[in-house]
Structures are given as structure tokens and as C-alpha cells.
Design a protein around this ligand. Sequence first.
Ligand code: GAR
Length: 211
Amino acid sequence: MKRYVILISGRGSNMESLLAAALPGQCAAVISNKAEAAGLALAAAQGVATAAIDHRGFASREDFDAALAAEIERHTPDLVLLAGFMRILTDGFVRRFEGRLLNIHPSLLPLFPGVKTHAQALAAGVRLHGCTVHFVTPALDGGPIIAQAAVPVQAGDDEASLAERVLAEEHALYPRVARWFLEGRLHLAEGRAHLDGERPARGALHAPAAV
Ligand code: GAR
């Protein structure tokens, strides 16, 4: 059975949606850079192995990433899922896991990389916002896009209401993509995501019926 590891930094709602999806693989561990991340307790309550590696205990980003990579490798995962993991990873770390490292980002990339994506979307006045699952490469939030879900921006939206609508789509999209990977259907090749050997992929866009 394929094995996957989830990295989190906080609440862990995407982690919960992955664990609830009965993916065709075993969640070998949930690892956080914060011992107090609420998601760790949720994972432990489900009998999943957890670990916390506090980034503040390391002199450099390289040292932290080396410790994180060693902990991940202990679980020999086929897939590593960043789920609200709020640390920038070094090129060395990303290269080590390239092709089996996925991230979910709360915007329609390449728009609004980085943080405060919902505030960025409201400030820009876009009518469509959403989330993206992509392969992680050294370019921050710039790796090959696998799938996206769009949500309308509504009159009167604030950061919280928009975040809530996007999060509901994240919870549907990330397990779908993780399943493709664990079924051996999703690959990174020549800098692009391929589903069933093709691109663009059927099912890789979820768009609202009416905006
Ligand atoms: C999610 O919205 C996720 O897309 C985002 O953080 C939130 C984590 O929530 N990730 C990033 O911004 C990554 N740069 P969760 O802990 O409840 O899954």
C-alpha cells in the first residue's frame, strides 16, 4: 500500500479532509513545525503517528529542512502533502522530494502567491477566486498546476467569508488530487503535471455553475 505524509502548521482542516477521504494509501505520519498545531491532536485522536519539529530550534533554514526531511524519510512516503504548512522550504528540500511533493494554495495561481491571499483578491477586485493544487518546485507557489477550483467573489465579501467559501473547495479538491497520485495516475514530467498521461486533465477544474 502506498504511504503518504502530511505536513501542517496549524488548524489542520485540509489534513482532516484528506484523512476522511479514505484515500488508497496509508497516512504514515502528520508532521508539524509547531507542537501546538491543533491538527496534531486531531491526527493523534485518529491513531495517526505525529511529530513536531520546532523550526525555532534550528540555526538555519537548511538545518531545519534537513531535520524535517529526515523525519519524513523515516516514514518512507510515496507522497508528501503540504496542508497549510507555512514554512518556505529550501531548494535542497524541494529537490529531494520533487515529483512527490504537493501543496494546496488558497488562490487561483499564478495570481496571489504568498500569504493573505483573500485580502489580495479583494484588493485586486477579482470576480473569481479559488484554490490550486500544484507540484512543489523551488519557485514559491510557482510549481506546475494540477487542479483548481473557482469560487465567485460576492458583493459584501470580506476576508473571512471568502476564505470560508474557498476552504470548502479546498476540502473537496485536495483529496481528489491526492487520490489521483496514489492511484498512480498523476506525474510530474518535463515541468508539467500529467494526469493519465495527458494535459490538461479532465476533472482538473471545478468551476461554479453560476457566478
Ligand atoms: C488553507 O487555506 C491552505 O490553503 C493555506 O492555509 C490554510 C490552512 O488551513 N495554505 C497556505 O496558505 C500555504 N501557503 P488548514 O490548516 O485548516 O488546512
